[in-house]
Design a protein around this ligand. Sequence first.
Ligand code: FMN
Length: 343
Amino acid sequence: MNQNQTQQNLPDIKNKKIKIGNVEINSCISLAPMAGITDMPLRQLIRKFSKNSLLTTEMISSEMLLQNRPLEHEKITAHKENEYPLAFQISGHKPQIMAKAAKILENTGASIIDINMGCPVKKVVGGGDGSALMRTPSIASDIVKAVTDAVSIPVTVKFRLGYTAAEQNFLEFASLMQTSGASAMTIHCRTRAQMYSGTANWQALSEIKKEIHIPVFANGDILTPEDAKNCLEITKADGIAIGRGVLGSPDLIGRTEHYFSTGEILPEPDIFQKIQLLKEHIDSEIILRGEKTAIQFVRKFYPYYIKGIRDAAIYRGALVTEESYDKIIEILDTIVKKESALI
Ligand SMILES: Cc1cc2nc3c(=O)[nH]c(=O)nc-3n(C[C@H](O)[C@H](O)[C@H](O)COP(=O)(O)O)c2cc1C
């Protein structure tokens, strides 16, 4: 049996509460940060289904934040009261700059500051940020110390198994993050070299809770409530973080919480519900970004919402080239009409 298959006769996993520093979270499932994805409109959709999970902004470059480019950051930090508990993620490699950025974000309303030590992108690691910090653990430690000194909210870290297959230092790194003052950690079960390829190695984390007493969230390739259960069983982590699984399925975290609490697997939203969610997504992106920018911004989401329907490729092609809001709604209404006729 491979690790991602549903396993039988495993003890029930309850939807545990997790305490991150002084922040109590009534869910063991969190939203993993995703640049250009986990903005306020998407988080609002997730909140419709999951009232208590920890949500996270996309990463905010500490250096850019301090350069005072308010308009860009306002889009990333925009949030509503119902999104709490809400972590703001920062990236960078200069402890004092990270500390100043964290302070600004604490004042902007963050419940938690999360530090990005996992981003694999060349431009990011080239500057010493993201997963490059796994190769410079003393700098990573200085960052955590400087940020925890600067803010009064909990500080968490997100990293990978290591930089390459030969450098899987996540256990020592996790211990160092804990002693440096981190209040929780999320580990994407891949190396930097893997980027997003291959399968997340949940098994690698199975020993981590023998060493780490702060909450550990396991992350990578959780696409269904059953995956979530298997991942928790295998990693023995306190919680899980879900990223790409919420694309086109903003109910996934809520559905997984329901499964953990009741054992019942709810059906995924049907295409009619998905089109409704997509319309809400588009409308709130327009409120956040203005119509022209929002219409370009939401193009990345269409494939996920209409996946699996008949003629999906044709609709997708039409949607991603359309610039008029009214025409986009017309296409979505056509999908609804055609799909209704198929029932
Ligand atoms: C488009 C995209 C953007 C991402 N941006 C971030 C980010 O800003 N910060 C971060 O720590 N991880 C980022 N990640 C990584 C995710 O948080 C997560 O670790 C990874 O996708 C594996 O989890 P998943 O299989 O549930 O998606 C990003 C991933 C994707 C696909």
